[in-house]
Design a protein around this ligand. Structure first.
Ligand code: V0V
Length: 148
């Protein structure tokens, strides 16, 4: 793939939080954002909300609030080790498999051999933080017709 075809925009920034309702309350009542979407993802072990500004456009990055669904969740592990805060940066892509393959060719490991289901039916994979300068980088291919 050409470099110009790899990434569309920053899709979202994921924040690990201990309690989703408390985090939503803070980000809406104090920071003035609004909830765009909320769901649970059992496979990823998260209860999550996507929030946006009052003027959120389709290519403006969203904030994803991520709370652990259970004690085995990657978010529970992250909270125990690092405390609440930024857990991931997510880049939007047109084709998650092609982007993962291109990054693999360039020496970046992806976590899953095939994409998994993410927010709003998107297809997702992650780059290992050890290969990206310490950042858990998510690749997000939105479900067709949406830009969660
Ligand atoms: C771990 N490390 C991180 C990190 N998590 N570095 C930066 N950002 C993070 N979030 C570092 C950690 O400090 C260690 O470095 C090393 O990686 C191994 O960490 P660990 O604590 O032993 O943890 P592991 O290996 O058990 O798990 C780490 C990975 C795991 C990244 C493999 O968190 C994972 O599978 N993440 C992908 C899935 C995920 O995050 N799901 C929740 C979001 P040192 O100490 O060895 O130097 S779900 C989502 O985003 C959805 C649904 C969506 O957007 O659609």
């Amino acid at each position: 793939m050409d470099n110009s075809d790899l990434f569309i925009c920053i899709d979202h920034v994921g924040l690990a939080v201990a309690n989703l309702d408390d985090a939503i309350k803070f980000h809406t009542e104090v920071m003035g954002w609004r909830v765009l979407h909320r769901e649970s993802n059992a496979e990823q072990g998260v209860e999550e909300a996507m929030i946006g500004t009052g003027t959120q456009g389709p290519e403006n990055a969203q904030i994803q609030l991520l709370a652990p669904l259970n004690e085995n969740s990657t978010i529970a592990k992250f909270l125990a080790k690092s405390g609440p805060g930024m857990q991931q940066l997510a880049y939007r892509v047109h084709d998650v498999e092609k982007v993962a393959a291109t990054l693999n060719e360039r020496g970046v490991r992806t976590l899953y051999p095939a994409p998994k289901i993410g927010t709003g039916g998107s297809r997702i994979n992650f780059c290992h933080p050890k290969d990206t300068g310490g950042i858990l980088l998510e690749l997000v291919e939105p479900a067709s017709g949406t830009a969660h």
